[in-house]
Design a protein around this ligand. Structure first.
Ligand code: APR
Length: 325
């Protein structure tokens, strides 16, 4: 029996496990993939101030503070005309360019150093007894077993099992376009992110490091990579971003992401609580998904801490309301 069974070793599950450990609450993280796989999965890359604060305050922010690229604003371009939004001046806050997989690596390292349990290559097949006696059924090395716990955190992403069996409604919207994203070996053409509106569609200039750029163009919802040879990608980026310093470079990763939104209401049922992509998906802009995932588990960790400290169910009962209310 563990206190909290956590499904998924993405940013949500790992940060929850780490925050609970800081409060003396034991958890087990069950993750379908290998450690190597989750540490290499390239996804979001920008941390909002709330996320950098959370990483730093909980003791896993050292590498981010050393290696992350701090930005004080972004550039919006409308048909080539620039408007810089100065976050620092307007809000006193900023963003940090630091890859999701780096956050995942830092959290795994810290959890293992603290003696935390992360069961990789362990696939959860069902969650039972969520009203009073939760059990997580899983498969590992061909064997089937169950883990009993007091609470279950479904941090298993948008294709996970946690939300499937919940008595909750999902609200969804699909947008009539997708984003083609590339990771390219070329220095960023600007020191900040550029969000460009253009009559041919949106484009985004972002970066992962002083040598690697992350670039996106809006494409039709049914487009495949076959329709986008490299030369066409660079031509569209140049045109839409209107950024003369943009230089083509070797494309080391590419893919087309559909734009969709989904939110579950409520995000909890009995002793099962959803967090991160399992509870809501937003289009992949501004790394909102990762930042929301971290914000969710901060709230959930506070609620579980209140329960274990003082047997108060109030914060747990109102977990969903703190988002939807
Ligand atoms: N059993 C065990 N693990 C599972 C199962 C299962 N049945 N189903 C999914 N998982 C694991 C996935 O392999 C993945 O590692 O759950 C994890 C969920 O992690 P993420 O998808 O990263 O979700 P989350 O932690 O909510 O983070 C949200 O992820 O979608 C991206 O970029 C987006 O930044 C956002 C972030």
């Amino acid at each position: 029996m563990t206190q909290v069974g956590i499904i998924g070793a993405g940013p949500a599950g790992l940060m929850l496990s780490h925050l609970l450990h800081g409060q003396g609450i034991a958890s087990v993280v069950l993750e379908r993939r290998s450690r190597d796989y989750v540490e290499r999965r390239v996804r979001a890359g920008v941390l909002e101030q709330g996320s950098t604060d959370l990483l730093a305050a909980s003791g896993v922010g050292q590498r981010m503070q050393r290696e992350g690229l701090a930005h004080d604003g972004i550039k919006l371009r409308f048909a080539g005309e620039e408007h810089r939004i100065d976050f620092r001046r307007l809000t006193g806050r900023g963003i940090t360019v630091y890859g999701q997989q780096e956050v995942v690596k830092d959290l795994i390292t810290q959890r293992l150093a603290d003696g935390g349990e992360i069961w990789f290559e362990t696939e959860v097949t069902a969650i039972e007894g969520i009203d009073n006696n939760p059990r997580i059924a899983y498969r590992r090395n061909g064997d089937e077993a169950t883990l009993s716990c007091e609470f279950v955190a479904g941090c298993d992403g948008s294709h996970g099992v946690a939300h499937a069996g919940m008595d909750a409604k999902s609200y969804e919207r699909s947008y009539p376009f997708s984003w083609l994203g590339i990771l390219a070996k070329t220095p960023p053409a600007s020191n900040e992110l550029i969000y460009a509106y253009h009559e041919r569609g949106f484009a985004l200039h972002s970066m992962r490091s002083p040598e690697i750029s992350r670039l996106y163009v809006q494409v039709d919802a049914d487009d495949t990579m076959d329709a986008w040879p490299e030369a066409r990608i660079w031509d569209e980026l140049r045109l839409r971003l209107a950024e003369p310093r943009l230089q083509p470079g070797e494309i080391i990763e590419d893919g087309i992401t559909p734009m969709r939104s989904m939110v579950m209401e409520p995000m909890q049922c009995g002793r099962l609580f959803l967090a991160g992509d399992a509870a809501h998906i937003v289009p992949a802009t501004g790394a909102k998904g990762m930042n929301l995932a971290l914000a969710d588990v901060k709230v959930l960790a506070e609620a579980l801490t209140a329960w274990y400290r003082s047997a108060s169910r109030d914060l747990l009962d109102h977990y969903s309301d703190r988002w939807h209310g």
